[in-house]
Design a protein around this ligand. Structure first.
Ligand code: ADP
Ligand code: MG
Length: 642
């Protein structure tokens, strides 16, 4: 433990720091860490803890606070002397406590920090400081001399602890003039290049950023040279908005808090504020913004809920809710998590996991309620964050059904349709939920594969967000109906009645049968002609106005999804498509007739190739061989002009 020498004349003892503290301090003193300002958060959090401890002790011993039952933290800056003082009227420390708390490593978080440092032998410790925040010793990042004068509440004696952080500290009795009536005052003699921390503007900013909601009011006293007087200013009032009851908070206060907390300028579209009680206790104040932030699709997908423990800010890195709710802003304040928990330990902390589950469920149910109560406002939230929420459909299968209640679709029937709307409007004999993937709604609406569905008034989901291709592959279905791509496999539209066109009605049965026979022959011919280029040629029920289209085989990915995967992997080995032919289209009927009559089939062979190329182009692809395509097209055009 610490060695000790006593200078009896003035009662000053010199102790050396525990070896590990020395190591830590060496790091602090030489830290090249850019986020040094967190030292103030640490000192304020200690000051607030000290007040909370006394608040607790005074519950059973009111004598301790008989002179002053209010709690406060006072920051005083002196630009001339280059000092910053953090004072509290909390529990204070006696001599032994000063030695134990400020000379050894008692704190679990600091221990974990050192373990981590040992584990990554050779890594830059300064990078770890920010993750752990390592408490009191972080003062040595900005100060080359630190004095702590403390009086334990109810005690007549006071002690002064001081150190330059270089291996030892001194401890001596403090005079009554020097010490506060109770509590602790920490004087930082700022390093030459850290004097900015004696500047009231800097202090104000750092306090607002990290300590705006500590449960003890913070006052700033700064020396005003011009007026030769001390300016006093209350930086915070010590009340955390989220701990107040809803009825005591105005819309305006919620909005201010949201804007400050999120650094946003819009209004919250939805405010969720509640207290969870029971096995885990926590307060939640969360907001769904009106507008998308610019970094919503950043690859790190970082969550925006800040974790507090008993009103003290811990981290905004805890990812309390799943990434698909990363647009939700605000605060979760736990009563049960230990204050000194490190980020590593937070990762699979069972309390935090339980909180995360609870908060996620609550956010989803509040969104559902919101969607019911204010359709219009919800739809603008959906426009902003829908593509993010949809990530949950494949990342969080357990909550998929809950998420399906929120999801809004553009469909061939209109915008803002829910799956419940869709299922309520199913056609007779329709057993699947049809979807079409594409880059844009208009692009999808122009695709020939859609025609047969449109002709039968079968609703089709128009999926144009990048994430759609993923969830729709994994979602098993909704309300017992599976999701089915309109550009894959058989259309199975035959059982769904199609309103008869005048053309159809005019033709008699015999004529119809003859036509069908001719088209069947054409299909066989086209298939032989195209050979390996397609996996099949068949008659289609999904077309109405276009002569042909291509679709993906039954087994395998949807064409759009396959295209996406191809572009990501940089390969071009597409699955061979199926060419589908519209048996009612005049071009097809004419070709079929020609095939019967003509002895020279060359023109029909050209026709077969052009049909496939046309279908490929309609699908956003290139003809298999553009040069051959162009020369065939020219040939056909010339014959038309003769
Ligand atoms: P932690 O706050 O995580 O315990 P710190 O390094 O920040 O770790 O502080 C170490 C200990 O020093 C605290 O646990 C507390 O007992 C004591 N301490 C620090 N600052 C104060 C203060 N202002 N008043 C009373 N005790 C304090
Ligand atoms: Mg601390």
């Amino acid at each position: 433990m610490s060695e000790q020498t006593t200078d009896t004349a003035v009662g000053t003892e010199t102790h050396s720091f525990e070896a590990e503290v020395s190591r830590l301090l060496h790091l602090m003193v030489h830290a090249v860490y850019s986020n040094k300002e967190i030292f103030l958060r640490e000192l304020i959090s200690n000051a607030a803890d000290a007040c909370e401890k006394l608040r607790h002790e005074a519950l059973t011993n009111s004598e301790l606070v008989k002179d002053d039952a209010s709690y406060k933290i006072t920051l005083s800056s002196d630009g001339t002397a280059g000092t910053l003082t953090v004072a509290d009227n909390g529990i204070g420390m006696g001599k032994e406590e000063l030695i134990d708390n400020l000379g050894t490593i008692a704190r679990s978080g600091t221990r974990a920090f050192l373990d981590q440092l040992a584990a990554n032998n050779g890594t830059d410790g300064s990078a770890l400081i920010g993750q752990f925040g390592i408490g009191f010793y972080s003062a040595f990042m900005v100060a080359d001399q630190v004095e702590v004068v403390s009086r334990r509440a109810g005690s007549s004696e006071a002690w002064r602890w001081s150190s330059d952080g270089m291996g030892s500290y001194e401890i001596a009795p403090a005079s009554d003039e020097d010490a506060l009536p109770r509590g602790t005052k920490i004087v930082l003699h700022l390093k030459e290049d850290e004097k900015a921390f004696a500047d009231s503007q800097t202090i104000r900013r750092v306090v607002r950023e990290y300590s705006a909601h500590v449960p003890v009011p913070i006052r700033l006293m700064s020396f005003n040279e011009e007026a030769n007087a001390i300016d006093e200013e209350d930086l915070t009032d010590g009340s955390a908005l989220w701990t107040k009851s809803k009825s005591d908070i105005t819309e305006e206060q919620y909005k201010e808090f949201y804007q400050y907390n999120a650094g946003q300028f819009d209004d919250p579209a939805l405010t969720i504020h509640y207290r969870a009680e029971g096995r885990t206790e926590y307060n939640v104040l969360a907001f769904v913004p009106e507008h998308k932030p610019f970094d919503l699709f950043d690859p790190n997908r970082k969550g925006r809920l800040k974790l507090y423990v008993r009103r003290v800010f811990i981290t905004d890195d805890a990812n309390i809710v799943p990434a698909y709710l990363r647009f939700v802003r605000g605060v979760v304040d736990s009563e049960d998590i230990p204050l000194n928990i490190s980020r590593e330990m937070l990762q699979d902390n069972p309390i935090l996991n339980a909180i995360g589950k609870g908060v996620t469920n609550r956010i989803l149910s509040e969104l559902e309620k919101f969607a019911k109560n204010d359709e219009e406002k919800f739809s603008s939230v959906w426009d902003a964050f829908g593509p993010v929420i949809k990530e949950g459909l494949y990342e969080d299968p357990e909550r998929r059904d809950q998420l399906f209640k929120l999801v809004r679709f553009n469909t061939t029937k209109g915008d803002n349709r829910t799956l419940a709307d869709y299922v309520a409007d199913l056609k007779e004999n329709q057993t699947a939920i049809y979807y079409a993937l594409g880059d844009s709604k208009d692009g999808i609406l122009a695709s020939p594969q859609l025609e047969g569905y449109q002709a039968r008034e079968v609703e089709v989901l128009l999926l144009s967000d990048a994430v759609d291709a993923f969830w729709v592959q994994t979602a098993l279905g909704y309300d017992g109906k599976s999701f089915k791509s309109i550009s894959q496999g058989a259309a199975d539209l035959d059982t769904i009645e199609k309103p008869k066109s005048e053309d159809d009605a005019a033709k008699d049965e015999e004529e119809k049968a003859k036509e069908q026979g001719a088209v069947a022959e054409l299909v066989t011919f086209v298939k032989e002609t195209l050979g390996d280029a397609v996996s099949d040629v068949r008659i289609s029920s999904r077309l109405a106005t276009s002569p042909v289209c291509i679709v993906a085989p039954d087994y395998g990915p949807d064409r759009q999804f396959e295209k996406l995967m191809r572009s990501q992997k940089g390969t071009d080995a597409a699955l061979k498509p199926i060419l589908e032919v519209n048996p009612d289209h005049s071009l097809i009927l004419m070709l079929a007739e020609q095939l019967k009559a003509a002895s020279d089939k060359a023109a029909i062979e050209d026709g077969a190739h052009l049909l496939l190329d046309q279908a490929l182009i309609l699908d956003g692809e290139h003809p298999a061989n553009p040069a051959v395509f162009a020369s065939r097209l020219s040939k056909v055009m010339m014959s038309g002009l003769k």
